[in-house]
Design a protein around this ligand. Structure first.
Ligand SMILES: Cc1ncc(COP(=O)(O)O)c(C=O)c1O
Length: 488
């Protein structure tokens, strides 16, 4: 199984050694083991976090040039995940995604990306000066969300763009649906270019057979995973895994060094070291518990009138080959209230905070930190809400098909740095968008910076507004004006 002893936590141990030596700290941070910290804050936090909040020195190693415990901790992560090399990111998956993009494309290189990427992908594209070639994901009218892009979409887009330098895929989606990433990897590799994966929602996949296949197992070349979202690391901690010789490992390290602070938090890195041990040694049973609990929640919610949680039937959709049962999407369309309304009710009246909400849904991110009694409380609350609203309102209407992807006149980098001015949406036809414009549902941009605004898009926005669906993204919250780029 593992080649290394996964019970070890080299970075956490080095920090413990520092603490146990009772070292005198003539170094930053200035709170000096908490001795100079604000008393109220220290009282709340306890003393221990301050004791391991240190800076770069030999005993605890350097994230930018690791030779000691951080190097070992990263090697243990590669061993646990089956990667060639793994890098700690303390700038979340956002930082890791930017690093992945910057290490595979530069000025004017084409990269294929799904249309509905996280903003860090756009960030990486702006920073690199690359040319995005967008692929439309599959849309699900019932739940009002986007699933993955299909292998066919990747294949066709590559045929039209054989000069592309890389392909980026999101797998699984925020809502937990997974595309056929193995097939996509085979297609991409026929062009001898790397497949890089935004696996923000998949740091647990490789540790339980009841979950979708991880991108590493599927043959991707590089992926970034939010260990802070799904497994036990602290917020901001992610892993960037390199899995093949198509990726220049030194370039990845150099890129991370440019993007990441020279003062990385050792509290965060130690939490990542320990979270890796936990998932490597106990992942299977912890995830069995999580999956069983989430399946229980799903089954019980499906018994409450007006609520629906998708399960195995989601596999009938294009762009879905498997799904992660630990993500529980609660659809409330039939209750006649929006997901936003439900989210607010749960938070304000019952002190239950969901991960996200959209027009039709709220989302539970289930993990092994969840407790059965909390699920029981949620079920009791949903029953009350159902009793109050079921049968009283109108079912929310289906979203309307989004217009075709418009022509890209400027690359995002040029649009980002270009001179912009604001015009009323109805006067913007033929101009170049300087902003994103997103349609909710299904959470897909109808315009990205640098794209030509068409009459279909303007009409579509007007129609969405008139039927009470949402458009967002412009600086103007009412989406009456849009910023356009001066093109000369
Ligand atoms: C699909 C996806 N990719 C990337 C990210 C960025 O991850 P992080 O918050 O770790 O920077 C997120 C965050 O929500 C995400 O949902």
């Amino acid at each position: 199984m593992y080649k290394l002893n996964q019970d070890e936590t080299p970075l956490f141990n080095a920090l413990m050694e520092y603490v146990n030596r009772n070292t005198i700290p003539f170094h930053v941070p200035g709170h000096k083991k908490g001795q100079g910290a604000d008393e109220e804050f220290k009282k709340f936090m306890g003393e221990n976090p301050f004791k391991i909040d240190v800076t770069v020195f030999k005993l605890v190693d350097s994230l930018h040039h690791p030779t000691g415990p951080i190097k070992k901790a990263q090697e243990l992560a590669s061993d646990a995940y089956g990667a060639k090399a793994s890098f700690f990111s303390i700038h979340g998956t956002s930082g890791a995604i930017e690093a992945m993009i910057l290490s595979v494309v530069s000025d004017n290189d084409k990269i294929l990306i799904p249309r509905n990427v996280h903003k860090s992908v756009t960030g990486g594209i702006i920073l690199s000066g690359a040319v995005p070639v967008y692929m439309q994901p599959e849309l699900d009218k019932k739940i009002g969300i986007a699933h993955g892009v299909t292998p066919e979409t990747v294949e066709n887009t590559l045929k039209e763009n054989p000069d592309a330098k890389a392909v980026l895929i999101i797998n699984p989606t925020y809502y937990g649906t997974a595309t056929d990433i193995k097939k996509i990897a085979e297609i991409v590799h026929r062009y001898n270019i790397p497949l890089i994966v935004d696996e923000a929602h998949g740091p647990h996949l490789g540790f339980n057979d009841r979950l979708p296949m991880s991108s590493i197992d599927a043959g991707a070349d590089m992926c970034a995973q939010s260990t802070h979202k799904i497994i036990g690391a602290l917020t901001q901690c992610s892993l960037l895994h390199v899995c093949s010789d198509r990726i220049d490992m030194n370039k990845v390290q150099q890129t991370l060094n440019i993007l990441q602070t020279t003062s990385p938090s050792y509290i965060l890195m130690a939490s990542l070291d320990c979270a890796r041990r936990q998932i490597a040694l106990h992942g299977k049973e912890l995830l069995d518990y999580t999956i069983d609990l989430c399946n229980y929640a799903r089954d019980e919610i499906n018994k409450i009138p007006g609520f629906y949680c998708f399960g195995a039937e989601v596999l009938n959709n294009k762009g879905v080959i498997s799904y992660d049962p630990t993500k529980v999407t609660i659809t409330c369309r039939d209750l006649g209230i929006t997901g936003y309304d439900l989210d607010m009710m749960l938070a304000d009246e019952y002190h239950i905070q969901m991960e996200l909400s959209d027009l039709y849904n709220v989302l539970i991110v289930g993990t092994f930190g969840d407790k059965k009694e909390d699920i029981e409380y949620l079920l009791s609350v949903l029953k009350k809400i159902s009793a109050k609203y079921y049968g009283t309102g109108d079912k929310k209407s289906d979203f309307i098909d989004i217009p075709p992807i418009p022509e890209q006149i400027l690359i995002p980098r040029k649009a980002f740095y270009g001179n912009k001015y604001s015009v009323p949406i109805e006067d913007s036809v033929g101009m170049i968008s300087g902003e994103f414009l997103m349609a909710y549902p299904p959470g897909i941009p109808v315009l990205c910076p640098g794209e030509k605004i068409t009459i279909e898009i303007v009409k579509y926005i007007q129609k969405l507004k008139s039927i009470g669906l949402y458009v967002q993204g412009t600086e103007d919250p009412r989406v009456e004006n849009i910023k356009v780029v001066q093109n000369n």
